[in-house]
Design a protein around this ligand. Structure first.
Ligand SMILES: Nc1ncnc2c1ncn2[C@@H]1O[C@H](COP(=O)(O)OP(=O)(O)OP(=O)(O)O)[C@@H](O)[C@H]1O
Length: 791
């Protein structure tokens, strides 16, 4: 329904009032928006591809609802228009006049969507405001297609399995002897070819599964291939296949031959593990310049070392390279020390698995020969992302049969920062002059508008292999560009869209939300949790509410509503420049004087006058915050309470210049704005953290769950409906890239473009791209890639 009551005043959903949607969502959550017919509370659903509407919270439609149509509603609205009390003056103008709006309450005419290149910008782009991004001039409108109930996943899988291979795919499957390069566009069936080729090798040419090595780039892709193969081969045969990522296959080999040296317990999994090991090993003693490195500088140097290791540049060789900058120079000094610290303590990192395995077989000819005899056929997916050490190992193993089939798409090379190099794919035929080359240029995955968007975009890259790509499907597909006030509203619209599609028969498991950086995930996970929609979240780092900055902020709020919250005060002591030794003094004084612990702070005897003054101020601020809305309280704590100053100082000492903490503060404010009181907000955080934990740790993963993952992780995967939030400058392309661009480097921007290309080409049927007008409290600019896609 289009109409409702807000505090007993009529409200109506029309394009002119769409800018009220974020506010109406907010009050609807508080139960203030009700059904005019039955007075029960309503929820506002405003997604992307459909007109927004109110619906009964109970999920049961009200029988009387249709009796009062929106058209009848108009006079009532007009009568009360003058007395409507909206928060923002703009809303007054939004009240439509019944005389000149005959479309009130009816479906928006379908021909009013605007086309921008292949993008459809729904007329309701005005939701939450009227600013449109600077995009190319719209083309003539087209009709929006109605969603049709979906077939089951099983049905689709079976249908796809039964479709015949394309002649070029067929040729790739049957070319089993000698080196073979398969150059292919996104969605052109590389994985399908690999699977069919494996099955063909086993069933038609009699190769044993244990003689075939299939390498994928991610564990997820390996799993997908295994599943696809398991559908076509008996389980035992599928199990014997050597399939997995480079790391998993090489690690299994190392564990088999040298189990003690490669015990998992000795793996340096995280960057900070490496840093801690370096400090504790004592190897830095006497190297004052290295000892003086801040955490971020040390991590950057370690990142460079990792890249060198992937390029198989050993410490001595690195030393003779011309350092491009100061960090590289530090990395040169650090590299031999890092290696000797690991050796001394018996640790190893992920890169050592690759080097270790390569050296193990290279230095042991008998062992190498055993592997060469056993593995007669090698297939490598995502070959564009191979690095030198992986390639060297593959070349060794493939000898002498050289039945080496590499498959890749240079446009999907997105791991440059890890030492991957698309030049290996383009130079393969030089290394193997006898190699045959087959190209796959038909995209079987995505509907036409998605394919054409992706090629408009990637065509802007200079260093690439030009492809003639076509879509297999004739259906146009859906491509939406939508704006939202901010990241919160953007998340609400994505989740409403998913919920709406679900009602139409779309499975949650067919929807994926792909993000460039983890910051984009938080509001989305929260909205999914609120909506009760299960999700898979491939966790890349700490949950948002577990991060240090966020935890401090929350503890300030806890202290504001309870000045005797000892845990909260204890947590924030560092932000007040008080040492932990003072904690016992504070606590015993509070007990002795029988006053709330917060009140004791300014009275501590050992304080200097300026400290006393600051702590007195903190006490007053927190008292003033107690009854304020949480977003307002946070501003007071950040500014007057000087939490922002503390975090800035801390960041200068520990982090690089990029202000992640500042974005985190803004994110908390954005989340807080959705709550009227601090206790409400804190309850919400507890609930979200709990729910997120449950869904993150849920095993086995439910099929019926939305996928929330980074674009990097989504490589090789596909979904019917893909949502890409935060297509704004600084997010995609990422701010690091923009820095590099300012210094004149274009390579990083090309990699970002490839990243977006990967994201777009994950979609089968629909793609929705979000542009929040504000992000982390700052105005945004639409990503430069939007205009490129629109061309
Ligand atoms: N000949 C074909 N006929 C119909 N569908 C096909 C055919 N080949 C592949 N497909 C389907 O097209 C989709 C994409 O295939 P696949 O995942 O193998 O592509 P890919 O080249 O590995 O993609 P990407 O590199 O973009 O991850 C899959 O759903 C697959 O089942």
């Amino acid at each position: 329904m289009k109409h409702a009551l807000l505090d007993n005043q009529p409200i109506l959903l029309l394009p002119e009032t769409y800018n009220r949607i974020p506010h109406w969502r907010f009050v609807a959550r508080q139960g203030k928006v009700t059904c005019p017919a039955c007075a029960s509370p309503l929820t506002l659903i405003a997604g992307i591809s459909f007109e927004p509407y109110f619906t009964h919270r109970s999920g049961i439609d009200c029988p009387a609802e249709d009796e009062l149509t929106a058209v009848e509603w108009m006079p009532a609205l007009a009568e009360t228009a003058a007395t409507l009390a909206f928060d923002e003056p703009a809303a007054e103008a939004a009240v439509p006049s019944p005389s000149n709006d005959s479309s009130a309450g009816t479906e928006q005419p379908e021909d009013e969507d605007t086309m921008i290149g292949s993008f459809r910008m729904p007329k309701k782009r005005a939701i939450g405001g009227s600013v449109t991004p600077p995009l190319p001039a719209p083309k003539p409108a087209i009709f929006r297609k109605k969603l049709t109930p979906k077939k089951t996943i099983q049905h689709i899988v079976e249908e796809r399995q039964n479709t015949p291979l394309h002649p070029n795919q067929e040729r790739a499957v049957h070319t089993t002897d000698g080196p073979l390069l398969i150059l292919a566009g996104a969605g052109s069936g590389k994985t399908r070819v690999m699977t069919s080729r494996t099955v063909h090798l086993i069933q038609q040419t009699g190769v044993e599964p244990r003689q075939i090595m299939v390498v994928t780039f991610t564990t997820k892709a390996a799993e997908e291939i295994r599943q696809r193969i398991a559908r076509e081969l008996p389980a035992r045969q599928a199990r014997e296949l050597v399939a997995g990522t480079f790391h998993s296959i090489f690690y299994r080999m190392l564990l088999h031959h040298q189990p003690e040296r490669w015990d998992q317990q000795r793996l340096l999994k995280k960057e900070w593990h490496k840093w801690r090991m370096l400090r504790e090993s004592g190897v830095l003693i006497g190297h004052d310049e290295l000892l003086a490195l801040k955490e971020n500088e040390m991590l950057e140097a370690l990142g460079i070392i990792s890249r060198w290791k992937n390029e198989y540049i050993l410490p001595q060789e690195a030393l003779y390279r011309e350092a491009a900058n100061d960090t590289e120079r530090k990395a040169q000094q650090l590299y031999p020390l890092y290696e000797s610290a690991k050796q001394k303590l018996g640790w190893f990192d992920f890169d050592d698995m690759l080097i270790g395995c390569y050296e193990m077989v290279k230095e042991n000819p008998a062992l190498l020969q055993r592997y060469q005899e056993r593995i007669t056929h090698i297939m490598i997916d995502e070959f564009q992302d191979i690095n030198r050490i992986q390639y060297e190992m593959v070349k060794l193993l493939a000898t002498p049969h050289n039945n080496l089939c590499v498959i890749g798409d240079d446009d999907q090379s997105i791991y440059g920062f890890r030492g991957s190099d698309p030049h290996y794919i383009l130079g393969f035929t030089k290394d193997y002059p006898q190699a045959k080359t087959i190209t796959l240029e038909v995209n079987y995955r995505s509907h036409t508008s998605i394919v054409s968007l992706s090629y408009s975009l990637i065509g802007n890259n200079r260093s690439r292999w030009e492809k003639e790509c076509r879509s297999f499907h004739h259906e146009e597909g859906e491509t939406y560009l939508f704006e939202a006030d901010d990241e919160e509203e953007q998340a609400s619209r994505i989740v409403d869209e998913i919920a709406h599609r679900h009602k139409q028969g779309v499975s949650h498991g067919d929807c994926a939300i792909l993000f460039r950086t983890n910051e984009s995930a938080r509001p989305i996970l929260e909205r999914l949790s609120e909506a009760g929609i299960a999700f898979h979240y491939a966790q890349e780092e700490d949950s948002f509410y577990q991060r240090q900055t966020v935890r401090w902020t929350i503890h300030y709020l806890r202290l504001a509503i309870n000045p005797d919250d000892t845990d909260a005060l204890k947590e924030i002591l560092p932000t007040l420049y008080l040492s932990s030794e003072l904690w016992n003094v504070v606590r015993s004084q509070a007990i002795l004087e029988d006053v709330p612990i917060l009140h004791v702070l300014p009275q501590l005897p050992q304080l200097k006058p300026f400290q006393r003054k600051h702590l007195q101020l903190i006490k007053e601020i927190l008292e003033a915050c107690r009854h304020s809305p949480p977003a307002q309280a946070l501003e007071l704590i950040y500014e007057d309470g000087k939490l922002r100053d503390y975090l800035k100082k801390r960041a200068k000492e520990r982090e690089n210049g990029r202000e992640r903490w500042s974005d985190e503060l803004q994110q908390i404010v954005s989340a807080a704005k959705r709550h009227a009181t601090i206790p409400d907000f804190l309850r919400y955080i507890d609930q979200m953290s709990q729910q997120e934990k449950e869904w993150r740790t849920q095993r086995p993963l439910p099929d019926e769950a939305v996928h929330v993952l980074s674009i990097h992780r989504a490589k090789g995967l596909e979904y019917d409906h893909v949502f890409l939030p935060d297509l704004v400058e600084g997010a995609l392309p990422h701010e690091f890239t923009l820095d590099e661009l300012r210094k004149g480097g274009h390579a990083a921007l090309e990699e970002e473009r490839r990243l977006l290309y990967v994201a777009i080409t994950r979609a089968r049927l629909s793609l929705s791209v979000g542009i929040p007008r504000e992000r982390f409290g700052r105005k945004t600019r639409p990503s430069r890639f939007i205009a490129e896609m629109g061309r």
